[in-house]
Design a binder for this molecule. Structure first.
Ligand SMILES: [Zn+2]
Length: 286
């Protein structure tokens, strides 16, 4: 039943997203992921979901298909919505896979799992600490639609704002053609709880098994246009910047990782929802 606009599901609550039509598995059972495409988060994971990993369903360019993405204007025709994508995920129990959200060509979004309770199988080691968002990509021309990308970006920022511990609006600097080693390393070492990178990353930033087109530069550009800050995660710029911010805010442990205590301090200091949210146009014009 697309078009009902029931909202995201966060901790078993329906949460509408202003301006984005989101249908969830609570209203359309065909959107529910299979048990082998997700698991429950551990209590430790649930305490602080700190990443949104963005994808394209086609992942083009990547693997053996190196066609460039074609970004078409406006919205496109619906591709079958979340139901089609979920059916492709659930069709094979031997190939687990799924994400929390699907954004179709027409800008409609489909919520397939609980953003807080469920870890969906979209990002390997980052599953436990992340929300997964898939943007539908066509195979005919490797196409995406500009308005679809802009809605996906708005949706991702709203997800960051709506999580119990809001996630900072920051993305990596332009893709260097390989995963962010520091990020991959931090997820591999459990001494840093569930990695030390916070914000919005592409699947391509996490694994060499995916190419540039998962999700591609256009979606990252839409995220920046929607208000995300670009930081060089690979060089640790986020850690430097956040250590300074934490010191200014009086956060006891200025470790450079904007966790729950930093979010609280930001909210107290007047940052809406505890998100830093860099001003979009602060460039002097004179
Ligand atoms: Zn992916």
């Amino acid at each position: 039943m697309p078009g009902m606009g029931s909202g995201l599901v966060i901790g078993n609550q329906r949460v509408p997203v202003p301006g984005v039509d989101v249908t969830s598995f609570l209203d359309d059972p065909a959107l529910r992921l299979a048990s082998y495409d997700k698991r429950l988060r551990s209590s430790r994971e649930r305490a602080w979901v700190h990443l949104v990993v963005v994808h394209t369903t086609g992942g083009i360019p990547g693997g053996s298909d190196l066609r460039p993405q074609v970004i078409k204007p406006g919205f496109g025709p619906p591709s079958g919505g979340g139901e089609r994508v979920v059916a492709s995920w659930t069709s094979d129990p031997k190939r687990p896979g799924g994400a929390h959200l699907v954004v179709d060509f027409d800008g409609r979004a489909y919520c397939c799992a609980d953003l807080l309770s469920d870890a969906t199988y979209h990002a390997e080691r980052a599953n436990g600490c992340s929300v997964g968002v898939e943007v539908v990509q066509g195979h005919a021309e490797a196409e995406l639609y500009q308005s679809q990308l802009d809605v996906a970006a708005r949706l991702v920022l709203e997800i960051c704002r709506l999580m119990p511990v809001p996630i900072q609006w920051q993305v990596p600097t332009p893709y260097a053609g390989k995963p962010l080693l520091r990020f991959v390393d931090s997820l591999a070492h459990d001494s840093v709880p569930l990695g030390d990178v916070v914000g919005i990353v592409g699947h391509r930033d996490l694994t060499a098994n995916r190419g540039e087109g998962d999700p591609g530069d256009a979606l990252m550009a839409s995220l920046v246009a929607a208000g995300c800050e670009r930081l060089d995660f690979g060089a640790g710029q986020d850690l430097t910047v956040w250590k300074e911010r934490q010191a200014q805010l009086g956060v006891a442990t200025a470790d450079g990782v904007p966790g729950p205590a930093t979010v609280k301090a930001l909210a107290v200091a007047g940052h809406p929802d505890g998100i830093w949210q860099a001003p979009i146009s602060s460039q002097p014009t004179s």
